[in-house]
Design a protein around this ligand. Structure first.
Ligand code: ZN
Length: 260
C-alpha cells in the first residue's frame, strides 16, 4: 500500500462530505416535519416513486436526472445538490486547515450541525431543540479532549447564551415584541460550547454585520421592510464558520492593539 498523499486525503474528505451532505438534506427536509431520518428510503416528494440507488449519488445523481423526477418529471429542488456540494467543500476546507486529531472530528461535526441548522432556519424559521440542546452537551463533552478545553467551552456556552438572552430581553422591553428567538440563544450557547468564548464574540460580530448588510440590501431593493424577519440562525451559522477558521488569530491580533 502506498502512503496517502495530502491531495488524496482532500479528495476523500470531499467524497465523504458529499455523502454526509446527502444525509443532511434528509435532516433538513424531514426533521422539522417530525419524520424518521432513516426510513422510508428517498422518494420523489411529488409522486412518491422510489429513487434508484444511482439517483442518490451525491451531486451527480441530481445532474444525471437533469433536476427532474424520472417518473413524474417534476422538478427536484436544486437545494439537494447545493447542500451536498457545500458540505463537500467545507469538509475539504476543514481537513486542509486542521491537523489530524480530536479537533478535526469536532470541527467536521460542527460543520454538519451548522449546515443542518442553516437549512432548517432558512426554510422553517426554527432552530430545533433536538439539534441545539444535544449540540451544547456534545460540544462540552468534546472540549474535554480537544480545544478550546472544558473551562473555555463552559464560559463560551454561558457567554453565548447569556449575551443573546440579554439582547432578546432588551429588545422585548424596548419594542414589546420578540426580536430574537430562544433558538438563537441556544444555538450561540452551542457555538460557545464547541469553540469557546473568543469564537462566540467573533461569531456575533460577523453574523450581526452580515445580517445588517443583507437586511439593508433587501430594504434598499424594496424587497423587504424593517419588520421583515430574517432568520438570524442562518447568519449565526455563517458567522460561526468564519469564527472557526479565523476566530483565534483574529482575537489575538485585535487584543494585541491593547496589549491585553
Ligand atoms: Zn416524481
Amino acid at each position: 500500500m502506498n502512503e496517502m498523499t495530502p491531495a488524496m486525503w482532500l479528495v476523500l474528505a470531499g467524497v465523504l462530505g458529499a455523502c454526509i451532505g446527502s444525509f443532511l438534506n434528509v435532516v433538513i427536509y424531514r426533521l422539522p416535519l417530525g419524520q424518521s431520518l432513516v426510513s422510508p428510503p428517498s422518494r420523489c416528494p411529488k409522486c412518491g416513486s422510489l429513487l434508484k440507488w444511482y439517483d442518490n449519488i451525491p451531486i451527480f445523481g441530481w445532474l444525471l436526472l437533469g433536476g427532474r423526477c424520472r417518473q413524474c418529471k417534476n422538478q427536484i429542488s436544486i437545494q439537494y445538490p447545493i447542500v451536498e456540494l457545500i458540505t463537500a467543500l467545507l469538509f475539504v476546507l476543514v481537513v486542509w486547515l486542521t491537523p489530524p486529531g480530536p479537533l478535526l472530528a469536532t470541527r467536521l461535526l460542527l460543520v454538519c450541525i451548522l449546515i443542518a441548522l442553516f437549512g432548517i432556519d432558512l426554510e422553517h424559521q426554527i432552530l430545533p431543540n433536538s439539534i441545539t440542546l444535544p449540540g451544547i452537551a456534545i460540544g462540552l463533552l468534546l472540549s474535554t479532549i480537544a480545544p478550546p478545553g472544558l473551562r473555555d467551552a463552559l464560559i463560551g456556552a454561558l457567554v453565548g447564551g447569556g449575551i443573546l438572552y440579554a439582547i432578546a430581553w432588551g429588545y422585548y422591553l424596548w419594542r414589546r415584541e420578540d426580536g430574537l428567538g430562544m433558538g438563537d440563544v441556544k444555538m450561540l450557547a452551542m457555538v460557545g460550547a464547541f469553540l469557546g468564548w473568543k469564537a462566540v464574540l467573533v461569531t456575533l460580530v460577523f453574523s450581526s454585520f452580515s445580517g445588517a448588510l443583507i437586511g439593508l440590501a433587501l430594504i434598499a431593493s424594496q424587497r423587504g421592510n424593517m419588520k421583515l424577519a430574517l432568520p438570524f440562525g442562518t447568519f449565526l451559522a455563517l458567522g460561526t464558520l468564519i469564527a472557526m477558521f479565523v476566530g483565534e488569530p483574529l482575537v489575538t491580533w485585535y487584543a494585541g492593539f491593547f496589549e491585553i
